[in-house]
Design a protein around this ligand. Structure first.
Ligand SMILES: NC(=O)c1ccc[n+]([C@@H]2O[C@H](COP(=O)([O-])OP(=O)(O)OC[C@H]3O[C@@H](n4cnc5c(N)ncnc54)[C@H](OP(=O)(O)O)[C@@H]3O)[C@@H](O)[C@H]2O)c1
Length: 268
């Protein structure tokens, strides 16, 4: 756990949910933490909270990751400020519930930029320096939707991208392990954050049996610890997550897709 002490982290999507909790969790290690997202008010609140309760310092960087130029701008900002990133957390993301075939193309572009392209670009930009320094850790916030076939509509496509994130993680480790750079894909299940509202689900978290639901705080702690402990694809414990993965091994994918598709339709 000592790896993070006095080091520098960059966390995307830090303005709410899992990202917000990751920043709070790592602040115990006297770090410099660059927090990025679009909602400045939330990031200011986070900065105040961290700086009055820990020895960590927080730098706010407002960036919209749907803009394809943002990853390079984030990297340039770090370079200008002489900040070497020791811990990169690619967390920003969202889902959508509209039908894929009528989903606006510009909105689709934004979605792909936030959920996938920015993650790949930020990894590419920061891993070059980690490789030279022979030290670095990357936490990719993925999902169990990247492991279990997750429906046939929009959430299915979200799952396809998270599946790519998991495979990308394995590729990175096979390439950069020898340079002492480790990447972990964190796979949470249903977690109480701003995700549902942003995706357009009408179902409230209070409608979900607590057995299925995790808190962002628990997910954040488990995810950071897993990354520091060298885990590659880490499925969050609790919230029925691992049981779902286990059960899914005995059910044909076609049936799983049908069942998850129905569950998503029910939540819309
Ligand atoms: N909640 C779940 O059940 C669940 C399960 C598995 C995986 N995940 C994954 O967990 C990650 C975090 O989501 P969450 O559940 O914590 O949801 P959340 O509370 O809605 O947080 C999403 C974060 O992503 C940021 N973001 C969204 N669009 C952005 C954009 N265009 N540019 C920059 N930042 C943007 C948001 O910041 P701004 O809006 O301020 O820009 C926010 O900080 C996502 O990758 C999600 O796929 C969530």
């Amino acid at each position: 756990m000592t790896y993070l002490y006095n080091k520098t982290a960059l966390v995307t999507g830090a303005s709410s949910g899992i990202g917000y909790e990751i920043v709070k969790y790592i602040s115990q290690f006297d770090m410099r933490i660059i927090v990025s997202a679009r909602r400045e008010e939330n990031l200011k609140k986070l900065k105040d909270e961290i700086e009055s309760n820990s020895k960590s310092t927080v730098l706010i960087l407002i960036k919209d990751l749907s803009d394809p130029k943002s990853p390079q701008e984030i990297y340039n900002y770090c370079k200008e400020k002489n900040l070497s990133i020791d811990f990169l957390v690619n967390n920003a993301g969202y889902g959508f519930t509209e039908d894929f075939d009528t989903y606006d193309l510009e909105k689709l572009d934004d979605f792909l930029n936030v959920l996938m392209n920015s993650l790949v670009k930020l990894t590419r930009l920061f891993i070059q320096d980690m490789k030279v320094r022979k030290s670095g850790k990357i936490l990719q916030v993925s999902s169990i939707a990247g492991i279990i076939p997750s429906g046939s509509g929009a959430i299915g496509i979200y799952g396809n991208i998270k599946n790519f994130v998991n495979e990308f993680t394995i590729t990175l480790n096979s390439t950069y392990k020898k340079h002492n750079v480790h990447t972990c894909a964190l796979c949470p299940g249903f977690t109480e954050t701003g995700f549902n509202k942003r995706a357009g689900f009408k179902m409230q978290y209070s409608d979900v049996p607590s057995l299925f639901l995790m808190s962002g705080k628990d997910v954040a702690k488990q995810g950071v610890d897993a990354c520091l402990n060298g885990k590659e694809i880490f499925v969050v414990r609790g919230g029925f997550n691992r049981t779902m993965i286990f059960i899914s091994k005995f059910i044909p994918n076609k049936i799983l897709r049908f069942l998850f598709g129905k569950a998503v339709d029910f939540g819309k």
